[in-house]
Design a protein around this ligand. Structure first.
Ligand code: 0X9
Ligand code: ZN
Length: 434
């Protein structure tokens, strides 16, 4: 199956490198889709000579690339067949209502623990009409938890490299705390994938308001599972996307022997970590796996937390929320020839989720397995949760949109509501069925 060919991994050259602190604006960058007709490798090489940002890994049919204004003339001279996806990426980022460095001094403020915040008012749905600063996300979680005080608690599983809390919420039902198998959700491991934060928050909000308003469906779900929801597991990267570089992907870990910054936390998990291919050993690359398995503070903390759940009532469902491409990805990422033992069950549930989404929004989400259907990804969370965390179901869901161009990682805020609602529909199929 080559249906998952479109992809979105490669990030800006600007963000791949260095300790440079001047903000990247992407003003005047043009996003184009260049047809490759089987000549992907040579065309990719030519495009790399430009000041450009490549969006997709599989270049067999086309390359989606954002080209800096100073390189546009050279690009035209290459005479490649292309179509324009976005006339000005910088303008799209502004339309997103993002946090320009000069207007967001608070984005870098570090609240070391959510316990230092006091609840204000219970949020309403207007939260899901726009993106928010990291500080506001923290306050939001405190406010939401206070509205479900007897069936939830704030959790902090550790700290990020720069000392931000890896916070979340634990929800439970009538059996009391820790009585049931776990549903574990991670959001925003890749810093630029902002819709994932909003999605896990919407699911949290829906579960809490549903339970509080006596929805029998939600109550029976929460009576059956303990939920552990961590909306921003890469807070340093997330803050960096708000103030410095909207397209930053990795953590902000500094490496002793290299000037490039950041580790891909989704290549750092201690499962098949040293398998060649599917991650990078170069700290300047977007898929840098770290100097050893689990050597990011984020991964260490998330692993320890998952182990507690495994050793407790076990993990029923793990989902790592990403964007974009609209995919529901099963393990394995490290080996294209290995299938999960309960493949039939997992793929049938994934198909059910996809059809629940389709009936809600008409959007197509495609189920598949990571390596054979997307690409090889080693040291990823879903392989870890499946084999080491012993999760029964272990998925990576790639959210809206389906393709790259302007709205790839930069999904317009007008799409947040429909985006999170379609996922709610998918989860309302999955959670009672699994
Ligand atoms: O490459 C990745 O890490 C994910 N795609 S993304 O464009 N969001 O970066 C896919 C990862 C597949 N699943 C896991 N191995 N967890
Ligand atoms: Zn991702």
């Amino acid at each position: 199956m080559k249906f998952l060919a479109i992809f979105s991994l490669i990030a800006p050259l600007a963000s791949a490198a260095v300790l440079s602190e001047s903000p990247v604006t992407y003003d005047g960058y043009k996003v184009v889709r260049v047809a490759t007709n089987g000549r992907g490798a040579s065309i990719e090489k030519r495009l790399k000579a430009l000041n450009s940002v490549q969006y997709n890994l599989n270049t067999q049919e086309y390359i989606e690339v954002a080209i800096a204004p100073e390189s546009l003339k050279k690009f035209e001279k290459m005479n490649l067949p292309y179509e324009v996806l976005d006339e000005d990426l910088g303008a799209s980022i502004m339309d997103e209502g993002g946090f320009r460095p000069e207007t967001s001094p608070s984005s870098a403020r570090i609240v070391s623990s959510l316990t230092s915040l006091t609840p204000k008012v219970f949020p309403d749905l207007s939260w899901f009409t726009t993106y928010h600063s990291y500080a506001d996300h923290q306050q939001w979680m405190v406010d939401v938890q206070a509205g479900f005080a007897s069936n939830s608690e704030l959790i902090e599983v550790g700290k990020s490299f720069e000392g931000r809390p890896l916070y979340g919420i634990h929800l439970w039902g009538k059996g009391g705390k820790d009585a049931n198998p776990a549903v574990l959700w991670h959001g925003t491991v890749h810093a630029r994938e902002w819709i994932s934060t909003m999605t896990v928050e919407y699911l949290t909000y829906g579960l809490i308001t549903g339970y509080n308003s006596n929805s029998t469906q939600v109550q029976s779900i929460l009576d059956k599972y303990d939920f552990y929801i961590l909306p921003v597991v890469n807070p340093d990267g997330f803050v960096y996307t708000q103030g410095k570089d909207r397209l930053w992907r990795k953590s902000r870990q500094i490496h002793p022997t290299n000037r490039c910054v950041g580790t891909d936390i989704n290549r750092n998990w201690n499962a098949y970590w040293s398998t060649p291919g599917g991650s990078s050993t170069n700290p300047c690359d977007e898929t840098f796996r770290g100097l050893s398995a689990g050597n990011t503070p984020e991964n260490t903390a998330l692993t320890k937390h998952a182990q507690t759940l495994t050793n407790g009532k076990g993990i029923k469902l793990y989902i790592d929320w990403h964007s974009f491409s609209q995919l529901i990805l099963l393990p394995y990422g490290y080996d294209c020839n290995r299938q999960v033992a309960n493949y039939d069950k997992q793929i049938s549930l994934a198909k059910g989720v996809a059809s629940a989404i389709k009936s809600t929004s008409k959007n197509t989400f495609t189920p598949g397995a990571t390596c054979p259907d997307l690409y090889k990804a080693v040291g990823g969370s879903t392989d870890y949760m499946q084999d080491v965390g012993k999760a029964e179901i272990s998925w990576c869901i790639e959210l809206r949109p389906s393709g790259g161009g302007a709205s790839g990682f930069v999904l317009p805020p007008t799409q947040i509501k429909a985006g999170v609602e379609e996922i709610w529909a998918g989860m309302m199929y999955l959670l009672p069925t699994m």
